[in-house]
Design a protein. Structure first.
Length: 431
């Protein structure tokens, strides 16, 4: 039986379209050059790095090709994604090392009597790609994300699929921030560190777009391995602070042999000793899901951390923030970027005024953002208008114009000619 191509269940109604398109105007603005901190050797120009966390899971089923495609069409500067290694050494794009029943459901064993079935609850390292691909990871909307479009029938994709998607978009200006999800605190739950990192390296190196890739990890030992394999690749040191294990005897298993206490428990000073590291990604505050104004909330990636990192020539890109007030703070502290799940809430809180905004709204005021919350329809159905989330080509950054999408991977590409002629190209000639 031939596999059915996933369909996208569009939850928002038509009245939201105009607000959505207006909000899109802000996203390219985030990529406009702004004056950055003084780098060693003089002043530098930089762009605020808006990273679509897991492809922008607040808008689309996480880590799906549809999500990554939408994020590129919206104009993000970076696609942030996670990798895991299967039993047969395939590199799949998934955040969780263990199949989550909240996100995926079993559809049947890959072969009758498979002793590993059911697959939900199993570790990815113990499943083959064929087993993984039977899982329906688009059967529901992720709780807590009422604006998320559901990619019905979604099957987990491989890293090479995402890399090929970027190539097919000809999105040479888009970065991919690829995380090696090595579980240093429980190494038996993921593929061995050396095997894990080498397989990710091989897939990226084979893609031909390795210059667009950064490698991130909470496991700094994995970063050391990657630096040995690819000395020129930029690395990103992740932390959630707890993994530093400040005040505990010995080095944390997450830090690749570094004892944070040797550096006064300072994340920046400790991470700066890692060869190849060019950026730091801490959680933006405590608690991790907190917001400005919540009782007890405080920033971790504060002005002092950003200033210290910049003085060492390192960027700071905190994760994962959808709080507008926190985005405002980031802009004040010259933070270099952020991961975002809801790309519109991030754009709306960074008050940029650009020609794109003016052209879209007819005013010199920032375009309104898509509402952050919206009642969910009682019985959502598949959209009959596949172009409803397609922005005008004029609102897209230059590096995403004049190109065709791949109809195999993008659900709206076959319909794009109805509105824009040649996708990301010139408008159809009149007459």
């Amino acid at each position: 039986m031939s596999a059915r191509h996933p369909t996208v269940r569009h939850l928002p109604g038509r009245p939201a379209v105009r607000r959505l398109l207006a909000g899109l105007a802000l996203l390219p603005a985030l990529l406009s050059p702004v004056t950055a901190h003084a780098a060693p050797g003089g002043h530098a120009k930089a762009r605020f790095d808006l990273q679509a966390h897991r492809g922008g899971l607040g808008l689309t089923t996480e880590e799906s090709l549809e999500g990554f495609g939408k994020a590129m069409r919206l104009g993000v500067s970076t696609l942030e994604l996670d990798t895991q290694i299967t039993k047969d050494l395939k590199v799949v794009v998934n955040h969780d090392r263990q199949i989550s029943g909240v996100k995926c459901r079993d559809t049947g064993p890959v072969t009758p009597g498979d002793p590993m079935y059911p697959y939900v609850g199993k570790y990815l390292k113990d499943l083959t790609l064929a087993q993984v691909r039977t899982l329906d990871c688009g059967y529901r909307q992720l709780p807590g994300f009422p604006e998320q479009e559901v990619v019905e029938g979604f099957r987990m994709v491989q890293l090479k699929d995402v890399l090929n998607l970027v190539r097919r978009y000809h999105a040479w200006g888009v970065k991919l921030n690829v995380e090696t999800k090595v579980e240093a605190g429980a190494p038996e739950q993921t593929a061995p560190q050396e095997v894990f990192v080498r397989r990710v390296y091989e897939e990226i190196h084979r893609s031909g777009i390795e210059r667009q890739v950064t490698i991130q990890s909470f496991d700094w030992g994995a970063l050391r391995v990657m630096h040995r394999l690819a000395p020129k690749w930029p690395l990103v040191a992740l932390t959630n602070y707890d993994f530093l294990e400040v005040g505990r005897p010995g080095a944390s298993p997450w830090l690749g042999g570094i004892d944070a206490d040797d550096y006064g428990g300072d994340f920046v000073r400790a991470a700066a000793t890692l060869p190849g590291v060019t950026a730091l990604s801490p959680n933006y505050g405590f608690p991790q899901s907190g917001k400005v104004g919540d009782p007890g909330f405080r920033f971790y990636a504060d002005a002092a951390m950003v200033g210290e990192a910049h003085a060492r020539g390192l960027k700071v890109v905190p994760w994962t923030c959808d709080d507008p007030e926190a985005h405002t703070y980031m802009s004040m502290t010259r933070t270099d970027g952020t991961w975002a799940r809801n790309l519109f809430s991030c754009a709306s809180s960074l008050d940029y005024k650009t020609p794109e905004v003016t052209r879209a709204t007819g005013s010199h005021e920032p375009a309104p953002c898509m509402p952050r919350t919206r009642p969910r329809p009682s019985s959502p159905s598949t959209s009959t208008d596949p172009t409803r989330f397609f922005p005008p080509a004029s609102l897209l950054p230059q590096h995403l114009r004049w190109r065709r999408l791949d109809p195999l991977h993008d659900p709206i590409a076959p319909h794009a000619h109805l509105r824009h002629g040649r996708l990301f190209g010139r408008e159809p000639k009149s007459g």
